[in-house]
Design a protein around this ligand. Structure first.
Ligand code: GLA
Length: 389
């Protein structure tokens, strides 16, 4: 995975000084995430188990007068400005600036007096790799604006607000997982989130103690209609819940699944429902194993999740399937695509001393297929969003 030179927090601070002069009042960081298991369950009111990555987005910021926001991004090299009119209604700022303007809009809409601000953004979270670079950006900006304005919003209420920025201002119909992960995760733990009531349990995920590692493989697959396909999956799940007379697919018990499937007359919908219902159960089973300290034993659940995404939910692409197969063939205990699908990243649970061999095996398999060389990174669960100084 690409890393820009130097520490991301220093780059944000230096960018602030370069662009605006003086020193920022503070720096706020928010990480990317991977989802250990529980894919496309969040908008079905189900369960997810993400953890935060050591890759972060950092915002260095201070206040400025009036309803004016100036934002510099290291990645685009641009500085954008927007004012009250631009955040009066969703969609007026577009491109990457929409994630920043969306947070200002959502805060104002929730009744907060958002201070004007100058922001400088640097990030190590790769864009478009399914590691939640957008949730990291929203969450870091949210933390910065809240602190600069002396505004109170408890951590457990922040994800909904950041999600609203993305759903309504940016216009992407995503669930609550990414913002929750980015804001609420703890180092050394995965976040067991019930997406219906947003209750969480921090589940110890001590890879080191188990002699294991999680290898994240950036599939580098070109995005193929990911937005439209995501929205279509969501619609299909909502239509199925309605046909079954339940508030959400979370309400279909796994032991009632076969009976429920006979009540749906479309084969594709049946497969979508089977993925969601069995995936919720796999999250619960993974949590049970982790609670019992049986980290190694979660591998088959990860792989089963991948098979379900590939065959029933149909959101994988040849690159991610190749990465999963090659990782398993090279000795990974389990492997699956993580995130919304149609590209993005694969995670593989590996014995720590085999991480390199598995990464090499995936690269070799890619070369044979003529795919762009994937990026690889070994990660441990990192902390969620935080103020740095
Ligand atoms: C994307 C969305 C999440 C979630 C995942 C799939 O990351 O932003 O809300 O739906 O896809 O699990």
């Amino acid at each position: 995975m690409t890393h820009l030179n130097g520490d991301v927090a220093e780059r944000a601070a230096a960018g602030f000084t370069d662009k605006y002069g003086g020193r920022a009042t503070g720096r706020w960081a928010a990480p990317g995430r991977v989802n250990l298991i529980g894919e496309h369950t969040d908008y079905n009111d189900g369960f997810v188990l993400p953890f935060a990555l050591p890759l972060r987005t950092v915002v260095a910021a201070d206040r400025q007068d009036g309803d004016n926001w100036t934002v510099w991004s290291e990645l685009s090299g641009e500085t954008i400005t927007f004012g009250a009119d631009d955040v009066a209604e969703p969609g007026r700022v577009t491109g990457w600036g929409a994630y920043v303007a969306g947070v200002v809009w959502a805060l104002r809409e929730a009744g907060h007096q958002v201070p004007g601000a100058r922001l400088a953004i640097a990030s190590d979270v790769p864009l478009g790799s399914g590691l939640s670079s957008s949730a990291a950006l929203e969450s870091a900006v949210l933390a910065a604006l809240l602190d600069l304005g002396g505004l109170e919003l408890p951590a457990e209420r922040r994800p909904r607000l950041a999600q609203r920025a993305e759903n309504v201002y940016v216009g992407a119909p995503t669930g609550i997982m990414d913002q929750s992960a980015v804001i609420r995760c703890r180092a050394g733990h995965a976040l067991f989130l019930d997406c219906r009531d947003e209750s969480v349990e921090h589940i110890p995920f001590d890879l080191d103690a188990a002699g294991l590692a999680v290898l994240v493989i950036d599939s580098r697959a070109p995005h193929r209609h990911a937005d439209g396909e995501y929205a279509a999956r969501r619609q299909s799940c909502e239509a199925a819940a309605e046909a079954l007379g339940v508030p959400a697919l979370r309400d279909v018990a796994v032991d009632q699944l076969d009976a429920a499937l006979t009540r749906l007359d479309d084969e594709v919908t049946r497969r979508r429902v089977r993925h969601v219902v069995t995936e919720d159960q796999r999250v619960l089973d993974t949590v049970a194993l982790l609670r019992a300290g049986r980290v190694r034993d979660i591998g088959p659940l990860l792989t089963a999740s991948h098979v379900s995404m590939r065959d029933d939910f149909e959101i994988t692409v040849p690159e991610v399937d190749t990465a999963v197969e090659a990782a398993l063939a090279a000795g990974a205990l389990g492997a699956r695509m993580t995130g919304g699908g149609f590209g993005g990243c694969v995670l593989a649970l590996v014995k720590a001393d085999q991480a390199e061999a598995v990464a090499t095996a995936v690269k070799t398999a890619y070369a044979k297929q003529g795919f762009t060389t994937p990026g690889t990174l070994t990660v441990l669960p990192a902390p969620g969003a935080t103020r740095l100084n």
